[in-house]
Design a protein around this ligand. Sequence first.
Ligand code: GLN
Length: 550
Amino acid sequence: MTRFIFITGGVVSSLGKGLTTASIGLLLESRGLRIRIQKLDPYLNVDPGTMNPFQHGEVYVLDDGTETDLDLGHYERFTGAPLSRASNVTSGRIYSEVIRKERAGEYLGQTVQVIPHVTDEIKASIEALGGDDVDVVLTEIGGTVGDIEGQAFLEAIRQFRLDKGARNVLYIHMTLLPFLRASGEIKTKPTQQSVGKLREIGIQADVLICRCEKPITQELRRKISLYCNVEPQNVLDEKDVDYSIYEVPLVLHDQGLDNLIAERLGLPDTPADLTDWRATVEIIKQPDREVEIAVVGKYIDLQDSYKSIYESIAHGGIANRARVNVRRVHAEDIDRLGADVALAGVDGVLVPGGFGVRGVHGKIGAVRHAREQGIPYFGICYGLQMAVIEVARDLLGLAGADTTENDRNAVDPVICLLEEQRAVTRMGGTMRLGAQLCHVLGGRAREAYGQDLVSERHRHRYELNNAYRERLAEVGLFVTGVNEELDLAEIIEIPAHPWFVAVQYHPEFKSSPTRAHPLFASFVRAALAHRAARGGENAAAASAAGPAAC
Ligand code: GLN
């Protein structure tokens, strides 16, 4: 019988509910339980694929091509739970389905209402994850208790306990305990109010996880317990972690969270085996060495816009027992300051995915700098396209080389649309999306992967134009990975360069702290070698110049 855990949030947004949900998933898996995770997002977009990174951070892509919220990235980095279209459901999806059914006459003349029709649809999407081979389904509810959009979701999960029985459903509520510096006090009132708000709907939280700058005292725990009607041992704190988000599961485990979940839901009392995870956290806390890598992008100020890229770089660091300091470089700063200045002292350059013309000139400048200076270069999606344009312009002398994304009438369309993409006019869900097989033919990519056939995830429309493959090879840029079926270039390399690899897919969606993606591990290794070759001291001085820690 599948048990269901719901995670809601109160007081403020951005409490790290996704991380906490992922951490609970890890703890349960480390007790040998089979889990599934999903996020229910109350906004009306059908999926986040069309949302601006400024508003919503990165779009995370699953194997099945679903464009999802970035919290699903946490789920995959922390757990082995299989994710699919069923793992991220928005109000937009729920309402489209309800309206489709109404139009099809499936409600047989009933008045279609939020309760029961919308709530039934929500419950069905939760239920869909359960089954004989699943011990626990974790469902995170996006947004904050009290949001208008979230009402139907809370109502649905309230009904869920009634449907499934109290012993099979657990409510975990995350809140904030603000610390008022002036009075030196931790305040509990907002938490009391958000727990009260949940009670108004009919949900009594079983466990409270309180974000707080400071650990909470026993006295405070008793007070929260009394006012919120939650047993004191079920009031946990998730204080800010010192080193890395990967400490969060350990913080929760040390307070007995997985034991209390197991007890409350009648799950086996097998202890959690966190050996590998602990070893990883130890490396993060005490790395043997450091290196600095620049990420050159358009949304560089926003932590969440390149979330999986930053995490994967850190994983590459862990695989090499190194701490990677990331210098976030605005593509436009490459133009403004010059690549020499903006990239001075870095030992690796990464250009991530992107869209549109803004910042393109700077990205191409970053590629040129890395190529000419022999600095390890890793291009991802748009980063591959920028590399092809740079080489075509500089080494093939094709001044008009471009992507047709930015110049429809480019003289030399080295990056162009596939035939099947030409007819597409709608934005949502129409890119080349999801997992596809890539034959790795050779080069550093083959060395890194250690295998010939890999599966990687895509999210793009444009491709390397095969008409230019041979000429690019003549100047030293080779295709080292292909999609055989579609005859598309997936990996390009410059073998004469110390490490110049670019991929059309998104390896950052397949990396985790305990299993770094091979290309990220190899890239960081190359950056460490570059740093060693040019003398560690220079590099140390450069990294002391103020890069943001990854
Ligand atoms: N804009 C490019 C394309 O659509 C690259 C997309 C990306 O980097 N994800 O092909």
